[in-house]
Design a protein around this ligand. Structure first.
Ligand code: NAD
Length: 310
């Protein structure tokens, strides 16, 4: 297929793009290279890879690129609560309006697969799993804009939305702000972490399984289209304290303390059912333990220490 990925040089895109190329697809990435990342250099060897430095909100540019695509995967976004809080206008125009524009410009026969966050469930009902039919009550600007992007995608004919859990694992454009990636980094380097609201439950999924679910969506598009799918690990609906206990099994010197005061700005607290994506034939391959082992190896290579002497 001819695939257009906006934001394809990001954390997910930098693993997704080479995988789709290896599967034989023709991939065009449009990215602003917001983080000055060089994560797609290895893709440039492929004749079927095109890359454009530009803005996903640029209508004339998008119009020309959409016209050539069979499938569009909009990844371009300001991602995560802290980054979104630094620029509410860019968050709305990129995360929401650029996807609405794509949906307007794409013809009915073109396919769209959009990832959104399962943080749209906000604060879940105690003890009850959120299914795709649960009400969406996003708390942050990030969550609100992603829910609106999903509404735009699913109100057209040929779209799938993946409501992703918090992603973990290594990528050539690494993100240390994601919960599991962050805690393992601290456990390796600082050996300690202070937790706010440690009982808040979250759901997790490895980046390689995120890429696999996109490939699954492409192969099973006709059967799966028109719906949102939760994508997370059934056995990892874990609170932050439980996640730390898992990390400690790998790094016994890790110490974690819950702070009696203070708040997590990202208020989400819920458990999620992944039954619908399982019924669509998708099964994750990476559990938390395997991802933690991978991260520990990766952090032997990565160090964030330009201003430290060691
Ligand atoms: N990582 C997660 O845990 C997670 C969970 C749920 C959903 N998602 C969604 O997946 C997508 C990708 O997330 P990610 O984790 O790879 O984040 P990321 O920040 O690494 O990637 C975003 C990419 O978009 C690019 N970008 C930003 N603004 C742009 C613009 N105006 N024009 C063109 N490119 C622009 C950035 O340069 C970057 O390469 C996002 O839509 C995000 O909401 C991610």
């Amino acid at each position: 297929m001819k695939i257009l990925i906006t934001g394809g040089a990001g954390y997910i895109g930098s693993v997704l793009t080479p995988t789709l190329l290896a599967l034989g697809h023709e991939v065009t990435v449009l990215d602003s290279f917001y983080f000055k990342q060089s994560s797609l250099l290895d893709c440039c060897q492929h004749e079927k890879f095109q890359v454009i430095r530009g803005d996903a909100r640029d209508e004339a540019l998008i119009k020309a690129l959409v016209a050539k695509a069979d499938l569009i995967i909009p990844l371009a976004a300001l991602v995560g609560v802290p980054l979104c809080n630094t620029d509410a206008i860019a968050t709305k125009t990129t995360n929401q309006e650029a996807v609405e524009m794509l949906c307007r410009l794409a013809s009915r026969s073109q396919w769209i697969i959009v990832p959104v966050t399962n943080s749209g469930y906000g604060i879940g009902d105690k003890g009850k799993s959120c299914t795709e039919d649960s009400p969406l009550r996003p708390i942050s600007t990030y969550g609100v804009t992603k829910v609106k992007a999903e509404v735009a995608a699913l109100s057209r004919e040929n779209s799938i939305s993946f409501r992703l859990a918090t992603v973990f694992g290594l990528s050539p454009r690494m993100r240390l702000d994601l919960l599991v990636n962050d805690f393992v980094y601290r456990a390796v380097n600082d050996r300690a972490v202070v937790i706010f609201e440690g009982h808040f439950k979250r759901n997790y999924i490895h980046i390689r399984d995120v890429v696999r679910v996109f490939a699954h969506g492409i192969s099973n598009f006709e059967k799966m289209k028109g719906k949102p799918y939760n994508v997370g690990l059934d056995d990892a609906n874990l609170s932050k304290l439980e996640l730390c206990a898992e990390i400690k099994k790998h790094l016994p010197k890790f110490v974690y303390l819950e702070a009696p005061i203070g708040e997590d700005p990202d208020k989400r607290d819920y458990i999620v059912s992944n039954a619908r994506i399982a019924a669509a034939g998708f099964k994750p391959e990476w559990n938390l333990d395997r991802g933690i082992r991978e991260l520990i190896k990766g952090y032997t290579i990565l160090r964030n220490t330009i201003y430290s002497n060691v």
